[in-house]
Design a binder for this molecule. Structure first.
Ligand code: XMP
Length: 481
C-alpha cells in the first residue's frame, strides 16, 4: 500500500496568478488548438459522447461554432452511422451524393423525395447516371398534375448551367451569381452527375467562418465506440459513413482489454484519428501512447453526473490528473483532452493552463436546445435531463438496444450504477453558451499574457487557495440578484 504525500487538487483548489500582459484586446487572443494532429479546432471545446448531450444536432452546432461533437454509442450501429452521415451531409461545398430520380417517375414521387431528404430539388439522371435535367421546388409547388412524369416538367439538360467536378468555390459562386441560379450540377467529361453545389451551402460557409471542416468543406464529427468485439463493426460503419475521429469510450481506459481494443482499431483503420481514454495517471498516458492513439482523454470520476469515486473509491481530482498526465503527454507529443468536472469558463482556462489541448463538456451543454430530449418545467423553471452513461436508466436503455421484449426485474436489479440522472437548467442555443465560455477563456488568456494555448501552458502559474480564498472568489457579502 502507498499513500501520496501531496493532496490531489481540483479546479476550486487553485487560481491562476495574473501575469504582465501586452494583450490589449481579447480579440488578439487565438483559442485554436489541436484535437489530434491534423485536426485543429478554433474553439478548444468538445461536446461529450453522452446520450443527453451529443447527437447530430449538437454535433452540427459544435462544428459550426468551431468545436466538435462526439456522437454517443448507445444506439444501434446503423443508427450511429446514420447520425455521422447526417452531420457530414449537413453542409458542404460540394454535395457528393445529390438526391437523384429517373425521368419517368411521377412528379408526386419527386416531391415526396424532396420532403424526405429535406432538399429543394432533385436531379434527373438516366440509368447510367447521365444528367438529364433538374426538378426544383418551383416546378412541383403549384403543378396542376401530380401524375405527370418528371421529364415533362424538369429543366432539361440543354437549358441547365453545369460545371466540371473540379470546380473551385470562388468560381462556383461566380457562376451561381451570374446565372442567378441556386443549384449547379457537376458533371464529368461524359456528362455523368458527380456532385452538386448549392447557393445555400455557400451562404452557410460564409455564416460560420470558424467552422470545423474537412477538406471537402463538410463539418467534422467524432463517434464513440466501446470495447466489445462488435464495436469493431461499429467503428467500420462510422468510418464508412465518413467519421473524422473515433473515440474509445471506456471509464477505465488503463486496462488491458481497452489497450488491446485501441491497438485493433489502429490496425484496422490506420488512417482514422483515434482518441484513447479515459486515464488519470502518467502511466496510463504512456501505455495509451504505445497503442498508437492520436490523443488521450483524461478524467476518472470528475464528471458532474459521476458517482464512480463514491461507488468504487477510485479517481484522481481533475486538476492534478491533468497536470500529471499533461507532463507525460507533452513529452510524448500527444494532445490531451480534459474530460469532466468543468462548470465555468474559469475551469476551462485552468484545464488548458494545466496542459490540456482541449476540454470535453457534458452537463454544461446538456441544457441547450441542441441536446437530445425536451425541456421540462418544474416549479415554473425549464430544465433538461442529463444522465451519466453508467447511470441506472442509461444502463437499462443500453440493454434494450436491439431487443423487442420488455426487460425483466433482474435486468434492472443487476445494474450497479456509477452515474446519476439529473436536471440542468434550460440554457437556450449552444452557440450562446459557447460565446460566453470562449469569452471567459479569451479574457483568462489575456490575464496570463498568452496569445495562444501553447503560450498559456508556458506562462501559467497556479496558486493553491484555502476555503477562505474560495469564498472570496465567489460573490460574497451581498445578496446576488
Ligand atoms: P461533465 O462534468 O462535463 O462530465 O458533465 C462529462 C463526463 O463525465 C463522464 N461520464 C461519466 N462518468 N459515470 C462516470 O463516472 C457516468 O455515468 C458517466 N457518464 C459520463 C464522461 O467522461 C463525460 O465526458
Amino acid at each position: 500500500m502507498k499513500i501520496r504525500p501531496e493532496p490531489g487538487l481540483t479546479f476550486d483548489d487553485v487560481l491562476l496568478v495574473p501575469k504582465r500582459s501586452s494583450i490589449q484586446s481579447r480579440t488578439a487572443v487565438n483559442t485554436a488548438s489541436e484535437l489530434v494532429p491534423g485536426i485543429r479546432l478554433a474553439l478548444p471545446i468538445i461536446s461529450a459522447n453522452m446520450d443527453t448531450v451529443t447527437e447530430a444536432e449538437m454535433a452540427i452546432a459544435m462544428a459550426r461554432a468551431g468545436g466538435i461533437g462526439i456522437l454517443h454509442r448507445f444506439m444501434s450501429i446503423a443508427a450511429q452511422a446514420d447520425l455521422v452521415r447526417q452531420v457530414k451531409r449537413s453542409e458542404s461545398f460540394v454535395v457528393e451524393n445529390p438526391v437523384t430520380v429517373p425521368p419517368d417517375i411521377p412528379l408526386r414521387e419527386a416531391r415526396r423525395q424532396m420532403q424526405e431528404f429535406g432538399v429543394g430539388g432533385v436531379v434527373v439522371v438516366d440509368e447510367n447516371g447521365k444528367l438529364l435535367g433538374m426538378v426544383t421546388s418551383r416546378d412541383v409547388l403549384l403543378s396542376p398534375d401530380d401524375d405527370v412524369p418528371v421529364h415533362k416538367v424538369m429543366t432539361p439538360r440543354a437549358r441547365l448551367v453545369v460545371a466540371s467536378h473540379e470546380e473551385h468555390l470562388e468560381s462556383a459562386r461566380d457562376i451561381l451569381y451570374r446565372h442567378r441560379i441556386e443549384k449547379l450540377p457537376l458533371v464529368d467529361a461524359e456528362d455523368h452527375l458527380v456532385g452538386l453545389i448549392t447557393a445555400k451551402d455557400i451562404v452557410k460557409l460564409q455564416k460560420y467562418p470558424q467552422a470545423t471542416k474537412d477538406a471537402k468543406g463538410r463539418l467534422r464529427v467524432g463517434a464513440a465506440i466501446g470495447v466489445r468485439p462488435e464495436d469493431l463493426e461499429r467503428a467500420a460503419a462510422c468510418v464508412e459513413a465518413g467519421v473524422d475521429v473515433l473515440v474509445l469510450d471506456v471509464a477505465h481506459g488503463h486496462a488491458d482489454h481497452a489497450l488491446e481494443m485501441l491497438r485493433k482499431i489502429k490496425r484496422e483503420f490506420p488512417e482514422v484519428p483515434l482518441i484513447g481514454g479515459n486515464v488519470a495517471t502518467p502511466e496510463g498516458v504512456r501505455d495509451m501512447a504505445e497503442t498508437g492513439v492520436d490523443a488521450v482523454k483524461v478524467g476518472v470520476g470528475a464528471g458532474s453526473i459521476c458517482i464512480t469515486r463514491i461507488v468504487t473509491g477510485f479517481g484522481v481530482p481533475q486538476l492534478s490528473a491533468i497536470l500529471e498526465c499533461a507532463r507525460e503527454a507533452q513529452r510524448i507529443g500527444l494532445p490531451l483532452i480534459a474530460d469532466g468536472g468543468i462548470r465555468t469558463s474559469g475551469d476551462i482556462t485552468k484545464a488548458l493552463a494545466a496542459g490540456a489541448s482541449t476540454v470535453m463538456l457534458g452537463s454544461l451543454l446538456a441544457g441547450t436546445d441542441e441536446s437530445p430530449g425536451v425541456a421540462v418545467v418544474r416549479q415554473g423553471r425549464r430544465y433538461k435531463v442529463v444522465r451519466g452513461m453508467a447511470s441506472l436508466t442509461a444502463n437499462v436503455a443500453r440493454k434494450r438496444i436491439g431487443r423487442d421484449e420488455e426487460l425483466s426485474q433482474e435486468d434492472w436489479e443487476k445494474v450497479v450504477p456509477e452515474g446519476v440522472e439529473a436536471m440542468v437548467p434550460y440554457r437556450g442555443a449552444v452557440r450562446d453558451i459557447l460565446y460566453q465560455l470562449v469569452g471567459g477563456l479569451r479574457s483568462g488568456m489575456s490575464y496570463a499574457g498568452a496569445r495562444t494555448i501553447p503560450e498559456l501552458w508556458e506562462r501559467a502559474e497556479f496558486i493553491r487557495i484555502t476555503p477562505a480564498g474560495q469564498r472570496e472568489s465567489a460573490p460574497h457579502d451581498v445578496n446576488v440578484m
